[in-house]
Design a protein around this ligand. Structure first.
Ligand SMILES: [Zn+2]
Length: 145
């Protein structure tokens, strides 16, 4: 099947079959066939869900004084801020870390700002960052590096 790029672009941008059929003057079945061909999930109508895990992260956080970001969503039994998006689970700390550093964290993610439970992307640290800070402090103040 030859896929029309105009249909593919609109589908990938997240538009519904109905919206696309209206703007391109095509019938819904043509759009649906392209959607299937591209392996894209059916568009869900109704309440607009968060478009990405980042969106959901932002929806469930609240900025507080000092530039910190508090988690307002679900917290797991062990105290980890946690959320699900599109059937995948994410911890808020790892999400925040990835947003800031563009890589997955190594080890546990903790706030480095001293604000309990802070998930501000620029405040969270992973194990290698803590190790490096420890080495720097040891270099300044002496002691075993
Ligand atoms: Zn903070």
């Amino acid at each position: 099947m030859k896929i029309r790029t105009d249909i593919a672009d609109l589908l990938r941008a997240g538009h519904s079959d109905r919206e696309i059929s209206r703007v391109l003057h095509l019938d819904n079945r043509t759009i649906a066939a392209v959607r299937t061909e591209l392996g894209l999930p059916r568009h869900k109508s109704g309440i607009k869900a968060a478009g990405s895990p980042r969106d959901l992260f932002r929806q469930r956080t609240r900025p507080v004084d000092g530039g910190h970001l508090e988690w307002t969503g679900y917290v797991a039994n062990d105290g980890t801020p946690f959320f699900r998006w599109n059937k995948r689970g994410y911890t808020a700390g790892r999400m925040a870390f990835g947003m800031q550093h563009g890589r997955a964290p190594v080890g546990r993610v903790r706030p480095g700002c001293g604000h309990l439970g802070c998930v501000a992307p620029s405040h969270v640290e992973d194990q290698p960052m803590r190790d490096q800070l420890k080495r720097q402090l040891a270099g300044i103040f002496g002691g075993a590096a």
